[in-house]
Design a protein around this ligand. Sequence first.
Ligand code: NDP
Length: 330
Amino acid sequence: MDQSFRALLLEKSETGQTATFRTLTLGDLMEGDTVVRVTHSTLNYKDGLAVTGKAPIARKYPMIAGIDLAGAVETSTDPRYKPGDAVVLNGWGLSESHYGGYAGVARVKGEWLVPLQAPFSAAEAMAIGTAGYTAMLAVMALEDQKVHPGGGPVLVTGAAGGVGSVAIALLAKLGFTVIASTGRPEEADYLKGLGAQEIIPRAELSGDPRPIAKERWQGAVDSVGSKTLANVLAMTRYGGAVAACGLAQGMDLPGSVAPFILRGVTLTGIDSVMCPRPRRLEAWTRLARDLDRERLAAMTAHHGLSEIPDLANRILAGQVRGRVVIDVAR
Ligand code: NDP
């Protein structure tokens, strides 16, 4: 394999964090039993936070950014893998404590990898990425709480974002009536194309919450947090469930216990980073079954690694729609 490769390296200087493209070699990488030739990565909200340094994602420096990667195994001492195997990695501390996917080569633990799920290509797996696999985990969590297509509509907040877009496509394919909440009314046609039946303005949910309000949905996938999540809970029907995945509005939860104790509503938390391997494999199997590939293509834009610094600012500004695939060679 080529001895040198390009990587987006986060470094700490006296003035703060910098993100610089550097040429590295295998010897610069961290410990691991498996070397992967990375072909594709992606851009999630968390990648935006990591690359800009707007939140402390990297826990040590230097750090290669990128929480996701897809590529082919070059070498491995893990008996599960042989050279050429197509693999995917989501989370497990990449870009936090272990060098991540914004690099031509990664050295990782084999136990963090999942086999590329047929029929997806490496690029499609990254179109899904952490955002899409998290949306799947959220839908599975709602199903665990008996949220079902006949039980009434399901709300998706942060609808035009990555988690939101994949959640809409999944829920629609499963037969749910999907309500999409967005701050981008100009994306109504896009959201309807993914399967949303009703679009509501983000502002309906982002103000000061009442402890309990009119029942509007059986369940929700929320990537926004804060007042929005409190409002979503207050408007969830008796016995419903809300999957909390994100914090695009904020990390606080300024709400009331009323939805829990008066309506038996369940708030279920979603973590993709340390999610155990069996649940990951189940999520990827479900994505292969329940995610419409044409809708995945419709929500995906393709960019090169060189564009990451600009894209990182754009995703934090709420200017990225759907999902982004990063071609690591460009
Ligand atoms: P995106 O930026 O793609 O999507 C976030 C969306 O949230 C935006 O597109 C926008 O949707 C909405 N939004 C942005 N700012 C605000 C605001 N101030 N108030 C209300 N809505 C807002 O990010 P991702 O989809 O990659 O991630 C979404 C969230 O989920 C992030 O907070 C991320 O950290 C979290 N996450 C958590 C994971 C986990 O393991 N729990 C894994 C993956 C993501 P619109 O324009 O439609 O209003």
